[in-house]
Design a protein around this ligand. Structure first.
Ligand code: SF4
Length: 499
């Protein structure tokens, strides 16, 4: 176990918060006994050990013991700097420790890719004069986790970005989001609070061994609200003045970004976890999760749940069933859409006991993606839902590769025919062969994600496919949509809607 980083005040009367101390102490105690720490344990509660250390726990903003989401409930508004410092203490950490925590925690990307943050940082450190981009471009229409963090816990996100900037010796950090997302206001207010508190923006930094973490020179940037505009290379391109479309490169962004600079693009949740892990220690942070899913994880619940759009934080060895219970379900639904609109359908009964971890989800052909978990209720038509989603995703491609220009519209049309009961058996084979043709032929992962969604729908809803072939659409296809899919986007004439 690595030594947790000391948190030292920088002349601020609000130094180390009791909450951070207590979470760290109890997590260390739990770990030393070989059990998983319970972040929903009331801090300082003497009965806490009896009340569920090692249990799977899921809670919304402000629940006792949540980590990223601990603090005021959603109705209480953003955790301002004073509250943030009271809970977590000021950052005081040297570069070597930041790197050590990135190693020991193995924090993975939470935007969908799952790429380890340490590897990006290492690549950029070797290449010189890096740019850090905080990716707040939450493209999945049903996902709310990044917006929740940026609007309610902005200082954890900014702390994480400041730590990456320090590790890279750069003061150049851009926070990028979709235009109209509503995140700019809370983030700008948080940055102003930091400036007023003397978190001086640095003109230049070097990866030194001092314990002072100085704020970088923050810039906010906004780009078009398009599905593929949240992809890392599209975000980097947009920040550098180009179009917010994925671009083609053989070098990783962390080595060679659009302007030639090494560019680390990191999701806001990933950065917020780093802000916690350097305070508690990488191993302690890991212990909030499970061996297969270290740390906690933000999840947006959507579809037929009690509160669509509810963001929860999961810790311990959580199953999809635990998450669905947090959404108000007490038994398996018809099916679950896991990982976002570009995710995977899983049969409801199979999903209930499936661990919400990369290995667990992989066993049912899925992955955590952007952390969205959507519920399809009994009676609804999974084929109709899939057809609507595929039509939306086909319209959201960047229109640069054949797989998107011609492949996805054909696939969307085929799914539409199937959902409306206008397909014959050979049409299903043809649909599968269009999917095969598309898979692996795009420059980014967008078409592959759509193909995975379609393949999982044909598998999980195989019985519905037969019914649609035999007798037209089922009754469920006439019901109101379960998943809210945005309508067609307006494309303006300047920049084709990509700037
Ligand atoms: S595969 Fe599609 S979304 Fe990706 S770069 Fe090509 S056209 Fe754009």
């Amino acid at each position: 176990m690595s030594t947790p980083v000391s948190i030292r005040p920088r002349g601020n009367p609000l130094s180390l918060g009791r909450l951070a101390q207590d979470i760290a102490r109890e997590a260390r105690a739990a770990q030393s006994e070989g059990i998983v720490a319970d972040p929903l344990m009331p801090v300082g509660d003497s009965d806490a050990a009896e009340r569920g250390v090692g249990r799977a726990l899921v809670g919304p903003v402000g629940s006792l013991g949540t980590v990223l989401l601990s603090g005021p409930t959603a109705g209480g508004g953003p955790a301002d700097l004073e509250l943030h410092l009271a809970r977590w203490g000021a950052l005081a950490v040297d570069t070597a420790t930041i790197l050590d925590v990135l190693d020991s925690s193995e924090i993975d990307g939470r935007g969908g890719g799952g790429f380890p943050l340490r590897r990006k940082v290492d690549a950029a450190r070797a290449a010189g004069h890096p740019l850090v981009i905080v990716n707040a471009s939450e493209s999945e229409p049903a996902s709310r986790k990044d917006a929740t963090l940026c609007t309610l816990r902005p200082h954890l996100v900014l702390d994480g970005a400041a730590l990456v900037a320090k590790a890279l010796g750069t003061s150049d950090v851009v926070v990028h989001m979709h235009r109209g997302s509503g995140m700019a206001g809370p983030l700008r207010a948080a940055i102003e609070q930091r400036k007023a508190a003397g978190f001086a923006a640095a003109d230049s930094l070097s990866p030194d061994q001092s314990h002072t973490v100085v704020d970088p020179a923050w810039r906010l940037s906004e780009g078009p609200d398009r599905y593929v505009s949240g992809e890392s290379s599209a975000v980097a391109s947009s920040v550098e003045g180009g179009e917010a479309r994925p671009y083609f490169t053989t070098s990783p962004l962390a080595v060679h970004g659009p302007s030639g600079r090494p560019t680390v693009v990191s999701n806001v949740e990933t950065l917020a976890h780093l802000a916690v892990a350097v305070r508690l220690g990488g191993d302690v942070w890991r212990a909030f999760g499970s061996d297969d899913a270290p740390g906690t994880r933000l999840v947006t619940l959507t579809g037929a749940v009690a509160e669509p759009g509810l963001v929860v934080e999961a810790s311990g060895p959580v199953t999809l069933g635990d998450l669905l219970q947090a959404g108000g379900l007490d038994h398996p639904p018809a099916a679950v859409l896991v990982g976002g609109f570009g995710g995977t359908w899983v049969d409801g009964a199979d999903a209930w006991s499936t661990p919400f971890s990369r290995p667990g989800l992989s066993d049912v052909g899925a992955g955590p993606g952007c952390g969205m978990v959507g519920v399809l209720p009994p009676g609804a038509c999974g084929l109709a839902e899939t057809a609507r989603i595929v039509a939306y995703l086909a319209g959201e491609s960047a229109g640069q590769c054949g797989s998107c220009v011609s492949g996805l519209p054909r696939l969307a049309a085929a799914l539409g025919d199937l959902a409306r009961g206008r397909m014959r058996r050979r049409g299903v084979r043809k649909t599968a062969s269009i999917a095969d043709e598309i898979f692996g032929s795009g420059a980014c992962g967008h078409p592959d994600a759509v193909v995975r969604l379609v393949r999982s729908a044909l598998d999980v809803f195989a019985g519905d496919v037969e019914a649609h072939l035999d007798g037209g659409p089922c009754a469920g296809a006439e019901l109101a949509p379960v998943f809210m899919v945005p309508g067609p986007r307006r494309i303006d004439s300047s920049g084709g809607g990509w700037k």
